[in-house]
Design a protein around this ligand. Structure first.
Ligand code: PMP
Ligand code: GLN
Length: 407
């Protein structure tokens, strides 16, 4: 497996990836983003036949009735371009979901945009809502596409650090990250990679900054239904925020169909219009039959999601208990698919080196959380493990890790 470029080392000044054997050069401002950590680590898992606890996708399908709805949509001829903003039934279902779950009113005509996964929604939000040179405040560690999408938009990321192991942050760091050029706060709750659920008092601090400085908040809430401890509070429900917040979510995580790539943005019409303007020229529209199936899933309410959430919570506990039994310092996530360990607790000094060597040592793949930082500093020994896999796979992975530790 060829070495891949660690784009964190190239930021914030982009360049090429010269000097990395076998890696094609990608110059310009996207030079540092040649290969995502997920592509790298999944390729490593395939090449070595390892258990893939790197990329966050379930190794089983979501609910059969949603899959059946996709098949039925294909057979019924729902196979040509849908409206660019999404089929009316799905836009209604998304608006209904926001109302039912959170009491939020969004207009299914102008206030909902269906996207090709949350990934496209993130890119379209940054491109549509930021001008080149605008600054975007985000929390570090950050989901990998945030900084790449900011680069595509010509926007400049500014970081507020979440501190391990409990992922608290200092409001003074938010104040320091803000400037007259700040245009947006890009929030992610529940948060990948840490599994943190932002508490109401934390949201209030972010909200106050947005309101005082007239900022837009884009909030990535793709794990909204995968919360095990505490409760998810959408930023749009915080007083004064609905009118300045674009909320992003995705069917991939909620229903375990990550490959379908149906996501959405909701919010005030004038903000969503700008996201839509960008989306039109990224993909124009998103997979018609999957939109029908996701609408059916959302219309089912919590019936299909609740068992999945419970099963993921059980797997979180199984896996975190197992990691702790191996002597690893574990940060047990309140939500999401991911647990974090500090491999300094087993004498490791660099998470990237650890993750590159792990498949060869014991046939398990994980992701170094250090890549989710511009400069990881003390986070250079953090490793992210995806536990959204079958219990048998998790048990086998723990056994393999145990034998590697004993060797
Ligand atoms: N945001 C976060 C925080 C994620 O973890 C992911 C991965 N699901 C995405 C966005 C991308 O979502 P999608 O697969 O729907 O593009
Ligand atoms: N969201 C997934 C994760 O964090 C990865 C999605 C992707 O590969 N881009 O693992």
């Amino acid at each position: 497996m060829k070495a891949a470029f660690s784009w964190t080392r190239g930021l914030p000044t982009a360049g090429t990836i010269a000097g990395v054997p076998g890696t094609p050069e990608a110059g310009g401002r996207l030079g540092p983003f040649a290969t995502t950590i997920f592509a790298e680590m999944t390729a490593l898992a395939v090449a070595t036949g390892s258990i893939n606890l790197g990329q966050g996708f379930p190794d089983t399908d979501g609910p059969q009735e949603i899959a059946d709805a996709a098949v039925a949509a294909i057979r019924s001829g729902a196979n040509q371009y849908p409206p660019g903003a999404g089929i009316p039934r799905l836009r209604q279902a998304i608006a209904g979901h926001q109302r039912r779950c959170y009491g939020l009113t969004v207009d299914p005509e102008g206030g909902v945009l269906v996207t090709t996964g949350a990934t496209e929604a993130i890119a379209a939000a940054l491109i549509g809502l930021c001008e080149p040179g605008d600054e975007v405040v985000m929390f570090e560690p950050f989901y990998d596409s945030y900084v790449a999408s900011a680069a595509m938009a010509g926007a400049v990321p500014r970081m507020v650090r979440l501190h391990a192991p409990d992922w608290r942050w200092d409001p003074a760091d938010l104040e320091a990250a803000l400037s007259p050029r700040t245009r947006m706060v890009l929030l992610n709750t529940p948060h990948n990679p840490t599994g943190k659920v932002f508490a109401p008092d934390e949201l209030a601090v972010v909200a106050r900054a947005c309101i005082e400085r007239d900022l837009v908040c884009v909030t990535d809430e793709v794990y909204e239904h995968l919360v095990y401890d505490g409760a998810h509070v959408p930023m749009a429900t915080v007083p004064g925020m609905a009118e300045r917040t674009v909320t992003l979510s995705s069917a991939g995580k909620t229903f375990s169909f990550t490959g379908w790539k149906i996501g959405w943005a909701t919010g005030p019409r004038e903000l969503v219009a700008r996201v839509r303007a960008a989306k039109q020229f990224l993909t124009f529209a998103s997979g018609t039959p999957f939109q029908h199936a996701v609408a059916a899933g959302l219309e089912a309410g919590d019936r299909l999601v609740a068992p999945l959430r419970q099963s993921l919570q059980d797997r979180r506990d199984l896996f975190c208990d197992g990691l702790e039994a191996l002597g690893l310092a574990v940060s047990r996530p309140a939500a999401t698919y991911f647990a974090t360990t500090d491999v300094a607790s087993i004498g490791e000094v660099d998470a990237y080196d650890f993750c590159r060597a792990l498949p060869g040592r014991c046939g398990v793949v994980a992701v170094p959380s250090s890549v989710f930082y511009l400069d990881p500093g003390p986070a250079r020994t953090l490793v992210r493990w995806a536990f959204c896999k079958r219990p048998e796979a998790l048990v086998e992975a723990l056994e393999r890790l145990g034998s590697a530790a004993a060797a």
